[in-house]
Design a binder for this molecule. Sequence first.
Ligand code: FE2
Ligand code: FE2
Length: 383
Amino acid sequence: MDICLEEIMGINIEKMKNELKRFTDKDHYEHTLRACEIIVELAETFGADKEKAYLAALMHDYARDFCMDEERVLKYCEEHGVILDDFCKKFIPGLSHGPVGADMVMRRFGVTDVEVLDAISRHSAGDRITLLDKILALADALDTGTMISEEARVAAKSDLDKALVLCGRHGSPSEGEYAAMLMEKRKTQPKKERDGTSIYFVRHAQSDPDTGTDRTRTLTWDGHIDTRKVASFFSAMEIDIIYSSPYQRCLNTLRNVALLQGLEIIQDERLRESKYGKLNGIFHEVIHNRWNDFSWCEEDGETLGDLQKRNIAAVSEILEVNKNKNIVIGTHGTALSVILNYFNPSLGHDNYLRIAGFMPYIVKLDFNGNDYVGHEELLIVER
Ligand SMILES: [Fe+2]
Ligand SMILES: [Fe+2]
């Protein structure tokens, strides 16, 4: 490393490391040292200030263990005027250590460089705005081992934005510019000739019922992390068009796929999930009866027959206007089960139960014209 590691911006690095070792557990300390090595390489590749990068990486997880205790975090924030946004408050152990850590690093070590403090603050929560924010978030992500795909590691050598999206760490004002650049690039690319049509049905990642209504609820933390697997799955192939149920959990699951493909997501109301009525604690009985009789439903609910009819109407139309294309459709557990059942009647109630915990889940259906040829399960994450 061709930087001075004794002192950066008048701060004694050895002293800082000793204090870090005392304040964080062994795993986090070792992760930090590896992130320092990675960030210097990234700074070199993308032309960032190496000393600032090293300092930011060294202290980025300083508050990680401190922030495992929610009460302690809230007390610290109140006493020191640290403001956490709502999303951050929801996942305090995972997200608050960025903003809290930046405040501690300033107070305890006298780091006053705004760029360094902002990068520490934003590595866990918020938009990544500066080059330093981005390389710190990426260095941090790249040291999480098997969670990171080979595609992301390759991108980390040449395309910072792509690498961040694949690591699930994007989220910045430049994301829009990046998407626009990819969309523009797509327009000039020659269209590939294909034999037959493939629809990749993507059932959404795990969602959190406490975050909104059926339509608006978002993903759990695990679900959010799992969306990386979906983005990586599609990153090496060319998708021609993306449709989705308009429900937030489906849109969130496909967000990074759309970004990397330079496509917009076309929402189709007919692809929404089944409407459940009064379940009165007898969910399993309701499911059993629904599958037994496609014209039956509980009070205020929707029959599987109606659910299938509207989903298949949408899928047939999509097939009709996208011959010989690679199509992605964002969908739901029950909706997908009746779609599969329509094309392959052997997939019924048992299959619905089998895939109930698969989220995200990718299954490809192949068509010759409008004729169903077969299906293949390509990604299963059990939650
Ligand atoms: Fe962190
Ligand atoms: Fe970290």
